[in-house]
Design a protein around this ligand. Structure first.
Ligand code: V47
Ligand code: SF4
Length: 384
């Protein structure tokens, strides 16, 4: 109770106090209230409110998982202006594509290591087909059936399905049957056409992105959702984006996690834009936590934000800091990620979470507990 009164004391603004009361009473925020949080909400106000909701849902629990990435190709038929990665026409000699054998070599390099997930995502190569990716999924599942495969954004899937002339529903069913377990959150960017047509005009639109996630959810698969922020979008475009996600989540309940992605400006066609401040970054996490009342988890992708800022997000609504990846995806390192050395082992990740007095828990993709590290001593012994 005193905590609640404390939050209300942070601001004298009548409209913000009304929003705070709604959040404390678990009442859903309206579109205009979402925009108002960005316009008028101070950092302490948003932080206190988002942290309240985070602790109501998860206490101090902070999840991470042990995963690795495979990027089948950096060749891409699309031309997103924020992308520092795709090589098709401009720098063809820098383009690469991996064979199934090469990707299986990566999978096998994790044999005996306690990873629970492989995240597969890359460019959209004009030659790679639905059958090629089905063969990849089958090969991974044959080799390591327990490894959860989180793979392909609607950008890749839309292209694959259209080329194979199959419907979204049939295509998803097929990939699920041959081993695809869930979808990552990429390709969402900003849904509203006013922004989308300026930054990524030629790839799948909002309706297509949401349709593919809905089809996955209807098969019982889970997925994540991202939002690329901090470029040319206005506050209301961010809320419009979250609103569309909130509506689909009401229908299906299939989203696991919301992942805001900070626009990085190195070596892309939008390099003339400056990047958002840390204050703005924390506000995006907090508003995400408050507006998306039907999402259980909000994730900060630490290789992009840096270790210190990732720790800070844990006081702004975030309850997940992604994985102990050995090698960050090139899509980030090329756009200018905060971390020069984005590898972090489990011990480092656990102490990063402990340092800010949160409770580290290793999860699998579906948020089942793998190891509760608050019960594990330095030497790895599980305490009772
Ligand atoms: O959709 C591309 C983003 C995304 C830039 O689901 C950029 O667990 C910032 O979605 N600055 C792909 N971001 C990666 C992705 C992801 C990452 C980690 C975990 C999960 C998950 C999903 O990367 C793209 C795009 O939004 N991106 N260029 C850039 N310059
Ligand atoms: Fe291609 Fe993805 Fe880059 Fe867009 S963001 S150009 S779809 S690799």
């Amino acid at each position: 109770m005193s905590e609640i009164l404390g939050i209300l004391d942070i601001t004298k603004d009548v409209e913000l106090r009304a929003i705070a009361e709604k959040v404390l009473n678990k009442t859903r925020l309206s579109f205009d209230e979402g925009v108002m949080l960005f316009e008028k909400g101070s950092l302490p106000f948003l932080g206190a409110l988002a942290n309240y909701v985070r602790e109501e849902k998860h206490g101090d629990i902070t999840y991470f998982n042990r995963n690795f990435h495979i990027e089948p190709t950096n060749v891409c038929v699309f031309s997103c202006k924020f992308c520092s990665y795709s090589k098709l026409y401009a720098k063809r000699e820098e383009g690469w594509e991996l064979s199934i054998e090469q990707m299986m070599h990566i999978v096998k390099s994790y044999d005996g290591k306690p990873v629970t997930e492989v995240h597969i995502v890359g460019g959209v190569h004009p030659k790679l087909t639905l059958e090629f990716f089905a063969d990849l999924l089958k090969a991974i599942k044959t080799h390591r059936p327990d490894l959860h495969i989180k793979g392909f954004t609607p950008v890749e899937l839309d292209y694959m399905f259209k080329k194979a002339k199959v419907s979204v529903e049939d295509g998803m069913k097929y990939l699920h049957e041959v081993g695809l377990d869930s979808l990552p959150g990429g390709g969402a960017e900003i849904f509203h056409p006013e922004i989308r047509t300026q930054i990524c005009d030629d790839k799948v639109n909002a309706e297509g992105w949401l349709h593919i996630h809905k089809a996955a959810h209807q098969l019982g698969m889970h997925s994540n959702a991202t939002m690329l922020y901090g470029h040319i979008e206005k506050y209301w475009h961010r809320i419009d984006h979250m609103e569309r996600l909130r509506q689909l989540q009401d229908e299906t309940g299939g989203f696991n996690t919301f992942i805001p992605l900070k626009f990085r400006n190195q070596d892309n066609e939008m390099s003339y834009l400056s990047e958002s401040s840390v204050i703005e970054d924390m506000k995006v996490y907090a508003v995400g936590r408050l507006y998306l009342d039907n999402f259980n988890h909000v994730k900060a992708y630490w290789p992009m934000l840096g270790r210190k800022n990732a720790q800070l997000t844990l006081s702004f609504g975030v309850n997940d800091i992604d994985g102990t990846i050995d090698d960050t995806t090139k899509i980030y390192s090329m756009a200018g990620s905060e971390e020069q050395n984005p590898a972090m082992n489990t011990k480092e990740l656990v102490s990063l979470i402990n340092q800010v007095n949160r409770k580290p828990i290793e999860r699998d993709t579906l948020y089942n507990v793998v190891t509760d590290y608050s019960l594990v001593e330095e030497n790895g012994v599980v305490l009772n």
